[in-house]
Design a protein around this ligand. Structure first.
Ligand code: NAP
Length: 253
């Protein structure tokens, strides 16, 4: 790649929340960004924000847990924007319940979107990174990887992504590819709004209660996570690999 060529990034689950903020931030850093989500039409808001600011973006509908859809989506991005060499595995769902009430479907859905989805996307994109001898992979873990009541499925998937990240770093380092994990704490998005609804609290009260327990005395915003991802995906972060960064407004035990 010459220095004038634009790097191409893929961000999954980028129709809203952390994924949308990340796509917008990476575009502001000069990347051409593929905005992937389940529903192509839902990606329009993110794409419009990027293009209105003079950036380049492409909306792509794809279920990251479906191997055929992932292969098609990644090939489409390569054709439309160029070889993708930055990947942010962000798409996620929650299916919270206490262990004794958790169904097989709740378990499988969470494993399929977070773990299998990240595996399928990374497998599909790695050849472009190896060819380019450059790549940046960021996987979204969570503070829940350390354990969280009602999230035996989600915490297992998010801890699994940390192991996935470290092994990618070991396997792909010699091709100029880094892999890191960002593990957010409480971030104000639809996902945490869903949790508030499940436990019967207003989102405002839920955020206030969350902020009380956070050293910086506020909950996170999607941009807080996008900032960390921008660092890991930057050209200057080539010697930082296999790391897990908790972005949670304070230390976690
Ligand atoms: P969000 O607002 O719920 O956004 C997640 C996005 O992923 C949605 O647009 C969703 O689409 C999409 N998605 C779900 N399943 C998909 C699939 N199979 N294929 C493609 N896209 C899919 O969530 P968020 O809070 O921004 O979270 C983003 C990531 O950060 C997740 O991995 C989450 O686990 C992690 N995280 C979040 C927090 C937090 O406090 N918010 C904390 C730690 C970690 P639909 O709307 O169509 O379902």
């Amino acid at each position: 790649m010459t220095t004038t060529e634009q790097r191409v990034a893929i961000v999954t689950g980028a129709a809203r929340g952390i994924g949308a903020a990340t796509a917008i931030r990476l575009a502001a850093e000069g990347r051409a960004v593929a905005v992937i989500d389940l529903d192509e039409a839902a990606c329009k808001g993110t794409v419009d924000t990027i293009t209105a600011a003079g950036g380049k973006a492409l909306a792509v509908g794809c279920d990251v847990s479906d191997a055929a859809q992932v292969e098609t989506a990644v090939a489409w991005v390569a054709e439309e924007l160029g070889a993708p060499t930055i990947l942010v595995n962000n798409a996620g769902v929650i299916r919270d319940n206490l262990l004794f009430k958790m169904t097989d479907a709740d378990w499988d859905t969470v494993m399929n979107v977070h773990l299998k989805g990240s595996f399928l996307m990374t497998r599909a994109i790695q050849k472009y990174m190896v060819d380019a001898q450059f790549g940046r992979i960021v996987n979204l873990s969570s503070s829940s990887a350390l354990g969280n009541r009602g999230q035996v499925n989600y915490s297992a998937a998010k801890a699994g992504l940390q192991g996935f990240t470290k092994t990618l770093a070991l396997e792909l380092g010699k091709f100029g590819v880094t892999a890191n994990s960002v593990a957010p704490g409480f971030i104000a998005t639809e996902m945490t709004a869903q949790t508030a609804a499940r436990i019967g609290m207003s989102f405002e009260d839920f955020k206030k209660a969350g902020a009380d327990g956070i050293p910086v005395k506020r909950v996170g915003e999607p941009e807080d996570i996008a900032n960390a991802i921008a660092f890991f995906t930057g050209d200057a972060a080539g010697f930082v690999s296999g790391q897990v960064l908790y972005v949670a407004g304070g230390p976690l035990n």
